[in-house]
Design a protein around this ligand. Structure first.
Ligand code: BGC
Length: 739
């Protein structure tokens, strides 16, 4: 055992300016490293985390000691990470500290709404705060690096991972990507409460064919550059330190072996200088894709394409040295990869103090702090979307004699956290909706029946549910998906509320023809609610709202908080309309305005083209009135901006937030342009009776896109413009861009 790691002796002798500091230190450390030790830094294994910490299996301990492991995932807790870090620092030849990574996706202990829900808040500050809190909690348990944010644009509700992202829109994804990165990484990575962020899954994973996870993606470069790449570019601009390559192939080349996306775009065009990790065994999976002959070939392709770190696949450790010796992989690539990973460790301050994230006191006092839980409650209510509210069914009154709460999710404390809930406590800490009600109702006002399960077809609970629904003065159904139905490997071909829940909804309506029924939905994707919109009066979409979800939902149901979330993804009328998104192309045969369908036009014979709920839709307990839009000029030039403004008034009975959205349509382009595109938004608070003027500044930057030559720029001509409460509107105003 050594007293002092060798790197400390070497680097402490070097006196150089602060700016060159890290780099020179890394370079001199690398002088001491063998090729295999450098490869060790590019290798990540998984710890088998259990109640008290990660299991230091013989191989993990051995690899760390030999300098054959640079990073570890699924290893945490102060005790566990200290044991592992000690081996790295005290027992390996050079004493290079390990990097601990984990999936901190929408909270670590305090769980926030699933990311699709978070995006529905359109609240960048809240999203940043949620990832800041997640970083506080995760870093206090020894974690240095999160595999988040997931910034895959997706228009595919069948795909279970749509729940992990920010929906279908590019602009919104860009802004949200920046907010997450800022939250996780903070302003100084060397602080013990900041962690590395990782933009994933690079790239186009959200376009999996038929919504089946891990499936093939095919698209032209224009669509790739205009739709799927921008959030990743935004993350680079926000300073993200790591990228994760994806599982999918893209136009025949797996994204974990894709030189075009990883080297040409990410490194050469965008100048990204952080490191790229593969997804879990995604380098090895190139064999199944039919792109690599065997694991040696896979290691070669992965490193040559630009994947710096192998997550769990064990092909870099085993094969890279030989591949270098055989001249099949350039040693420069290994040096670059190793250097980037060591640089990240330097930035985190791990070379100054490898135990900087390991502090019992901080671990014990950081999780579930009251202010974190309060923030989680606020964010959960801001993320819910009031989809429908006929006859002012909501808010409920707490003076109502009795309210029947029916459904498999009323008392749930497990699904409410959603998928990828890190170390969130599904039973002890989560507040169920039932528990949330106690702030508003006395026990004798609450009637409860589970009614049915989410997935079985056992109808034995129907009778009791129908009985209490008849006794009650109002009815609230709490239904949806279970949390395993979204997230990774959770694709569905059917978008209906699962199981026999729709049947129970129908039976309850049949037994209560005139009573007001509210449906509270927990789910991780857009659902087909075509039947339910007819059967119930109000629908409140709460996604999987997280630890404080029950309390937040009760606040919304009883009007303490006015709903303000808006959809960031389109809800279709049925699964056959998928993919359906607001910014489609017009086609050569669009249906005439106001026509539901027409012969030989681009429509279906059995259902309208329109969605059930459009992107941007979300109601409030109050109402908002938008004035006519005003443009400062109808002519935009390359050097002058124009301003578009509108007055928004709260004309209803409650104070509330409104999310005001700016859309533009480039009417004619050298490549066709979407029928409308979100270009800005503002979330504004209006007291009842209050009016505010909202102004957006438009410059040529807002109008740029990649043309058929893959040049990014603007084209002169006419642009339609609107400021609207959602994406379902017709343009009435326009401006011209002139040279
Ligand atoms: C997922 C990633 C995740 C990784 C590590 C993979 O299966 O695709 O999103 O970060 O596992 O847990």
């Amino acid at each position: 055992m050594k007293l002092k790691p060798l790197y400390i002796v070497v680097i402490s002798c070097i006196q150089i300016s602060f700016a060159q500091n890290y780099e020179a230190k890394v370079d001199s450390l690398m002088q001491l490293m063998t090729l295999q030790e450098k490869i060790g830094q590019t290798t990540m294994y998984s710890g088998n985390w259990d109640q008290t910490g990660p299991f230091v299996g013989s191989d993990n301990g051995k690899y760390i000691r030999e300098g054959n492991m640079g990073a570890m995932l699924n290893a945490m807790s102060v005790k566990g990470t200290r044991d592992l870090q000690k081996i790295a620092v005290e027992e390996s030849r050079l004493g290079i500290p390990l990097l601990f990574g984990y999936d901190v996706i929408h909270g670590h202990r305090t769980i926030f709404p699933i990311n699709l829900g978070l995006s529905a808040s359109w609240d960048l500050k809240m999203i940043e705060e949620s990832s800041r809190i997640a970083a506080e909690e995760a870093s206090a348990e020894g974690i240095h690096w999160t595999f988040a944010p997931m910034i895959d644009v997706s228009r595919e509700p069948r795909w279970g991972r749509i729940s992990e992202g920010a929906g279908e829109d590019v602009y919104l994804n860009n802004r949200i990507a920046e907010a997450y990165v800022k939250g996780f990484q903070g302003d100084d990575l060397s602080k013990h409460n900041t962690i590395l962020a990782c933009a994933k899954h690079y790239v186009a994973y959200g376009a999996a064919q038929a919504g089946r996870d891990y499936h093939t993606t095919n698209m032209g470069e224009g669509e790739l550059r205009n739709v799927y790449l921008p959030p990743f570019k935004a993350a680079v601009n926000a300073g993200v330190e790591a990228f994760m390559s994806a599982f999918n192939e893209l136009n025949g080349v797996p994204t974990s072996g894709n030189k075009f996306t990883l080297r040409d775009i990410l490194r050469d065009e965008w100048k990204f200088d952080g490191f790229v990790v593969s997804d879990y065994t995604s380098i090895n999976e190139m064999i199944n894709h039919g792109f690599a002959k065997d694991s040696i070939d896979a290691a070669k392709i992965g490193m040559n394409a630009g994947v710096d770190m192998d997550m769990v696949g064990d092909v870099y450790r085993l094969h890279l040295q030989q591949l270098v010796e055989d001249g099949k992989v350039s040693e420069t690539y290994i040096n670059d990869a190793c250097k980037r990973i060591l640089m990240a460790k330097y930035k985190l301050g791990l070379f100054d103090d490898p135990y900087r994230y390991i502090d019992e006191k901080r671990e014990a006092t950081t999780k579930y702090r009251p202010e974190f839980l309060a923030k989680a409650q606020e964010i959960a209510s801001a993320s819910s979307v009031l989809l429908q509210n006929k006859n002012e069914t909501l808010p409920l009154s707490n003076t109502t004699n009795t309210i029947a709460f029916i459904g498999p999710l009323v008392k749930d404390k497990a699904d409410i956290l959603g998928n990828w809930a890190a170390k969130g406590d599904r039973y002890g800490k989560a507040i169920s909706i039932f528990e949330g009600l106690s702030a508003y109702l006395k026990p004798e006002q609450i009637l409860f029946a589970k009614g049915c399960d989410i997935l079985t077809d056992d109808e034995s609970g129907f009778e009791e549910a129908i009985k209490i629904s008849k006794q009650a003065d109002a009815i609230v159904l709490v239904m949806g998906e279970d949390h395993h139905m979204s997230g990774e490997a959770a694709s569905r071909t059917d978008l209906k509320i699962p199981g026999i829940q729709p049947k129970l909804i129908r039976k309850i309506r049949e037994a209560n023809l005139t009573k007001k029924i509210t449906l509270v939905l927990m789910n991780g994707r857009p659902l087909n609610l075509s039947k339910e919109v007819e059967l119930v009066d109000a629908i409140l979409e709460i996604w999987f709202p997280g630890t404080m979800g029950g309390a937040a939902t009760a606040d919304l149901l009883f009007g303490k908080v006015n709903p303000s979330g808006k959809l960031t993804v389109t809800f279709p009328r049925n699964v056959g309309q998928v993919p359906i998104y607001y910014n489609m192309k017009n086609t050569g045969r669009p249906i005439p305005e106001h026509w539901p369908k027409a012969d030989y036009k681009s429509n279906y014979i059995d259902v309208a083209n329109t969605p059930l709920f459009a992107f941007g839709h979300g109601l409030s307990y109050t109402s908002f009135k938008y004035s006519e839009l005003k443009l400062s000029s109808e002519t935009l030039t390359y050097s002058n901006a124009i301003e578009a403004s509108i007055e928004v008034s709260n004309t209803g009975k409650f104070d509330g937030y409104e999310i005001v959205q700016l859309y533009i349509h480039d009417k004619v382009g050298s490549v066709t342009r979407p029928v409308k595109e979100l270009k800005g938004f503002e979330k504004v608070f209006l007291k009842k009776g209050q009016t505010k003027t909202i102004t957006f500044t438009i410059t040529v930057e807002d109008l740029k896109f990649y043309n058929s030559e893959m040049t990014y720029g603007v084209e002169t001509g006419e642009f339609e413009i609107a400021i609207a409460p959602h994406s379902d509107f017709k343009f009435k105003h326009a401006f011209n861009l002139i040279d």
